[in-house]
Ligand binder design. Structure first.
Ligand SMILES: CC(C)(COP(=O)(O)OP(=O)(O)OC[C@H]1O[C@@H](n2cnc3c(N)ncnc32)[C@H](O)[C@@H]1OP(=O)(O)O)[C@@H](O)C(=O)NCCC(=O)NCCS
Length: 387
């Protein structure tokens, strides 16, 4: 490698790190994140958009390199809990991965990722959802979920079925009933007292939350979408859905209300493995769009712990999963196969069989059929829990 390459120049610098950020580093972390993700004149402020991830309450989960006391590279992590198949799975979500342009290609972000992974494993986390699909993540075993469908939904004030629900705009006083509705979703991120702050930060930056109630006043559904949000977007008369909760029958009522607010359409990305009924409802309402794997990925941190949690539910559908020394064995009827590579393991566990790569697509027919019934394990889309 020539002495003039960035990596060669950086290797000899006296960096401090990789280390955990201190409280006094936080303004610098936010400033670096703004410089990288919200460069002027782009609106937004990472600190107020991500008040939990980048706030003082999450101190201890921010990994940095410093150069001359200034933060040169950052990887943020937020510990959350996913609920699926009737069990809780502790996860470490990765976000705000950034290196100052002067320090790129020197391995800094990679070493921070390695530290984040090591600390998450020590803390007992089982999965690591990552909002990206870069080599930085994929080379560490992270693999896409999916598929998802990216829909454009035409909307108008008099959508069929809209009259069946009463729709109003969310206010902070509605939090308790919104949280109760969310707690009834079978596939979800667990919400605590952090999420009201997250929701308010999204609303402050262009988020609109609508609540749809049955005639008797009981909350049936909630739709959160954005217009001109620095991250979620929403433009040219289209809103961009962040999260939907509850009864799909209330979708037309929410969309009609959004149309009365002046929008002509809604962009709505649905993770088909978690919310097929939402995709079907939108397609019936005239939505169109392409399907693809997600642009976010997941890394399995502790295979044995994951299998211990989800194995019983999968076994009820006829597939026995077992993990040993990082290898995953799947058995159904007379057939079994052992997968050693992490990418295939994630594909098998979290991806629809239609998206499997040739290794898995070549499994014995009996196993493929059994897996297509018992799997994939549905993971929730981030919604407001995005980091
Ligand atoms: C992405 C980013 C954080 C990387 O920071 P960095 O300190 O330069 O990272 P590293 O030097 O560890 O790695 C740089 C690249 O070289 C690759 N690399 C490192 N060592 C390697 C090796 N031995 N062989 C092959 N590739 C290697 C990494 O995988 C990474 O690839 P990617 O950028 O395609 O993901 C930085 O470019 C950045 O801030 N970008 C803008 C913000 C952004 O996009 N963040 C990620 C959001 S998902």
């Amino acid at each position: 490698m020539s002495e003039s390459t960035p990596a060669a120049r950086l290797v000899s610098r006296p960096f401090e790190g990789p280390c955990v950020a201190r409280a006094e580093d936080l303004p610098d972390v936010v400033s670096l994140a703004n410089q990288v993700f919200r460069p002027s004149p782009r609106p937004g402020d990472m600190g107020s958009e991500f008040p939990i991830l980048l706030g003082p309450a999450n101190l201890g989960n921010q990994y940095i390199f410093r150069d001359g006391g200034q933060v040169a590279s950052h990887v943020g992590m937020l510990r959350q809990t996913i609920h699926t198949l009737g069990v809780d799975i502790p996860v470490a979500c990765i976000g705000s991965v950034c290196t100052h342009p002067d320090y790129r290609q020197g391995g800094l972000a990679g070493r921070l990722m390695d530290l984040a992974i090591q600390r998450s494993i020590e803390a007992g986390d089982v999965l690591m959802p990552i909002s990206g699909k870069r080599t930085l993540y994929v080379s560490r075993g992270a693999t896409s979920l999916g598929p998802q469908i990216r829909l454009k939904v035409p909307i108008q004030p008099d959508m069929a079925g809209a009259a069946d629900f009463a729709v109003c705009a969310y206010e902070p006083a509605d939090w308790t009933r919104l949280a109760a509705l969310q707690a009834r979703q079978s596939i979800r991120y667990a919400w605590s007292d952090r999420e009201p702050q997250v929701l308010e930060s999204i609303r402050r930056w262009g988020g609109v939350c609508l609540l749809a109630s049955h005639k008797d006043g009981e909350l049936a559904a909630a739709l959160l979408f954005c217009v001109n949000h620095p991250m979620y977007g929403g433009k040219d008369g289209f809103g961009r859905v962040v999260q939907f909760l509850g009864d799909v029958a209330a979708i037309p009522a929410c969309l009609a209300r959004a149309a009365r607010g002046g929008l002509t359409g809604m962009e709505w990305t649905v993770l088909a493995t978690a919310h097929p009924e939402v995709a079907r409802t939108l397609l019936s309402a005239g939505a169109t769009g392409p399907s693809q794997l997600t642009a976010w990925t997941v890394l399995v941190l502790k295979l044995a712990k994951l299998i211990e949690k989800i194995g019983p539910a999968v076994a009820r559908a006829g597939v026995e999963l077992s993990a040993r020394d990082g290898q995953l064995t799947i058995a159904a009827g007379e057939q079994s196969v052992t997968l050693a590579d992490r990418e295939s393991q994630i594909e098998l566990l979290f991806r629809h069989p239609g998206t499997w790569s040739p290794t898995l697509a070549g499994l014995p027919r009996e196993l493929r059929i059994a897996c297509s019934v018992a799997l994939p394990v549905p993971l929730p889309d981030y919604g407001i829990n995005y980091v």
